[in-house]
Design a binder for this molecule. Structure first.
Ligand code: F6P
Length: 361
């Protein structure tokens, strides 16, 4: 058993549907099952540097938040307290605020931290653990790229939004005989593109893990046309790696998320001479109410994180493994990213039903 009387709960990085469900589960189980207090830390670790907004969360303060998207705590995906970048007198300066965070956590009476975050936030949590802070992590990423957990909350909701969008594009693409590209999130991994592509019946899926060639995309579009299918749907993961040049040797400009599908469409237009339209789904995938699956997963993870704190098991991250909520060490959790394996069964299944990944396979 641990000596913890007060838990600080903090989330960092981009928001994900289900964050509020985790916070609610932590607060309700900490108070109800373990007689502990919970302090909500506002705006990521910034709330430990400037703790004025951080305050106690009660059952009343988390009432009604289960179906709400976003996070009642606010968040930021900038600001690492161990190397905080800001501008002073027109110059960039970097401060180490970690000592200040420890001092403020002590002042707030926080004995242990539950940190809800993706790779970046959990690395910061790990650095605090190295400084002696009692930390338990909860994985949060719509990209689903944390290797220690089979799935993280937020992914299912993002997938639903992306699949619905593909369904909608399907009908308009077919009516206009167009090639439609849809760019979805996934900075390093193609999970959203792969799953939404299969669920939405996309014809071509481009993901970071499988290098593509423009010629293969065109071949797939022409092959469909030869079968009388005059439209094609291409799902593009924002993290997909663009070839350095087009088939004519013309340089392809580097593209950042939000502009990747448009960059691909530019070359495809020149090659296909067809009407091409692009939809960038963007943050719509992160907003709004979590699906029942994400609410349940987030609740189970929040409860398990609180149980770990109560049992005195720190420096660990909660995870889903073979349908059970378990935990792994933070070291293990952060050791590698979870990428799509091009030789996996799910990629094989997609290929078997005729989906193209823009490669030669
Ligand atoms: O990491 C999750 C993610 O949704 C990425 O897929 C995306 O690139 C990124 O966040 C965008 O975040 P923001 O626009 O908030 O910086």
């Amino acid at each position: 058993m641990s000596e913890v009387k007060t838990i600080g709960v903090v989330n960092g990085g981009g928001d994900a549907p289900g964050l509020n469900a985790v916070i609610r589960a932590v607060v309700r189980s900490a108070i109800g099952a373990h007689g502990m207090r919970v302090i909500g830390i506002h705006n990521g670790f910034d709330g430990l540097i400037w703790p004025e907004g951080s305050k106690e969360l009660t059952e009343e303060s988390v009432s009604g938040i289960l179906p709400r998207g976003g996070t009642i705590l606010g968040t930021t995906n900038r600001g690492n307290p161990f190397g905080y970048r800001s501008t002073e007198d027109g110059k960039e300066v970097i401060h180490d605020y970690s000592g200040l965070c420890l001092e403020n956590a002590r002042r707030l009476g926080i004995d242990a931290l539950i940190v809800i975050g993706g790779d970046g936030t959990l690395h910061i949590a790990h650095d605090f653990a190295r400084r002696g802070v009692k930390v338990v992590g909860v994985p949060k990423t719509i990209d689903n790229d944390l290797s220690a957990t089979e799935v993280s909350f937020g992914f299912d909701t993002a997938l639903l939004v992306a699949t619905e969008a593909i369904d909608r594009l399907h009908t308009t693409a077919e009516s206009h005989h167009r090639v439609m590209l849809i760019e979805v999130m996934g900075r390093d991994a193609g999970w959203i593109a792969l799953h939404a592509g299969i669920a939405g019946g996309a014809h071509i899926i481009l993901i970071p893990e499988i290098p593509f060639r423009f010629e293969s995309i065109c071949d797939a579009v022409y092959a469909r046309e030869n079968r009388g299918k005059l439209f094609s749907l291409v799902v593009v993961a924002e993290g997909v790696k663009l070839p350095p040049t087009d088939p004519n040797g013309k340089m392809i400009p580097p593209a950042s998320p939000g502009n990747v599908a448009n960059t691909i469409a530019f070359t495809l237009r020149e090659m296909l001479h067809k009407e091409i339209r692009v939809t960038v789904l963007g943050h719509v995938q992160r907003g709004g109410s979590p699906t029942p699956f994400d609410r349940i997963l987030a609740t189970r993870m929040g409860v398990h994180a609180t149980d770990l704190v109560a049992r005195g098991e720190f420096n660990r991250m909660v995870c889903l493994h073979a349908g059970k909520i378990e935990s792994v060490t933070l070291e293990e959790a952060l050791s590698q990213m979870k990428l799509v394996n091009p030789a996996s069964e799910i990629v094989h299944a997609a290929r078997a039903i005729g989906t193209t990944f823009g490669d030669n396979a």
